[in-house]
Design a protein around this ligand. Sequence first.
Ligand code: NAG
Ligand code: NAG
Ligand code: NAG
Length: 393
Amino acid sequence: MALPQLPRVLLSIAVLLAAIVGGLYLQIRPLLLAGGLGRVIESVGNRNCSMVPELQACEKVVLHQPTGKIYLACSALETRVSWTPALNRLDATGVSGQDYVATYDPSTHGITRLKLAGFNSTRGIHVHGMDVVPSSVDPSLLYVYLVNHRPPAYGDAKKLGADSVIEVFKTRLGSDVLTHVQTYADQIIITPNDVVGSSDGNSFYFTNDHGLKTGLRRLVSTLLLTPDSSVGFCHADQGCKYAITGLHSSNGITRGKSMNDTFYVADCGLGDVNVLERQWDNTLVLTEVIKTGTALDNLALDDDGAVWVAGLSDAIGLLTKFSDLSYKVASSAFRITINSGPSSFYGERYQVDKVFEDSGEIASGTTSVVYDSQRKRLFLHGIASPHLSVCRL
Ligand SMILES: *[C@@H]1O[C@H](CO)[C@@H](O)[C@H](O)[C@H]1NC(C)=O
Ligand SMILES: *[C@@H]1O[C@H](CO)[C@@H](O)[C@H](O)[C@H]1NC(C)=O
Ligand SMILES: *[C@@H]1O[C@H](CO)[C@@H](O)[C@H](O)[C@H]1NC(C)=O
């Protein structure tokens, strides 16, 4: 009696499955489009570039504007493949412990790997986001803020995820030593991605790129575009608290000119730049969303006040690169300025220009772009990039 019913049940199941798959596709379509599905890669601004292969896998680059030197948070390509918690690479046996901060002087091509002093942790340094901020009272003193994805002290990293913290170091301009100041570990420092520090070494804002360190729920939230990322604020005396929650896929973070109260946070998946304003209690309020249409990573402000952001022209390819390091990943750089042209009358407050794009030969898998507007140099590097790229614009 139940038999004739069966095809009908199967049909219903098939329809249901199709609806789920179709619904899921519609749901993740914005991610796929921003991630590079069907994108035609152009050649923009990539004619006059040089490469520095001695520096590899540097997720974040920070410019010291007065000298034109850059600071880089670097690793090794093989280490990134096994240990990149942001991309669920959680093989703690492949952690090299050889990550480092380097300086690069483009005028002499000099590279300096900074040594760590007073750093008593036996758990090493595993770099990702970084900020370098001159002291407001002594500009040759620099505070260096680093995301440190430590493997868990006990237990299975694949289940627990990274035991991530934020480290503060200080250094002198031209010195080859980073002196440890403090480790910030807190229950709201969950999946830190990038950090923007203060000029007294005492506080910082950071992004959590996910709400959870590992697991199926984390994957499902990514697919459902759940706004489970956040920005936290930590202070040496006051501890840590959330500055804002309910953001989607927060990645790089930077701050407006003269470290004013405007913050910019990249929505990596959807390719938006969220503009936030700091409140009296150090919380942040979302005020505007700037759309680029391309998946984004780190942001940096130039000396003219323009916001530069690394475009993951082929974000899907960046994931491929983690299985095949020779894979060349198309990259771009966007410059965001206040719109002074005629379309500003129609409510387009910001102008977004693609200033650089490359198929991956010159800049592969770029996660950080920084522009020296005085010397007209664009620096590009990436979490699994084989070299630093320096382009004249
Ligand atoms: C590349 O940049 C250098 C330095 O600015 C400049 O002298 C040279 O003419 C540029 N070359 C091309 C092909 O644009
Ligand atoms: C690290 O150890 C040294 C020597 O014991 C000590 O002087 C220094 O204060 C310690 N640093 C931190 C950040 O705990
Ligand atoms: C901060 O500086 C940026 C330029 O970098 C400007 O667009 C923004 O309006 C400024 N914000 C405040 C609160 O003054």
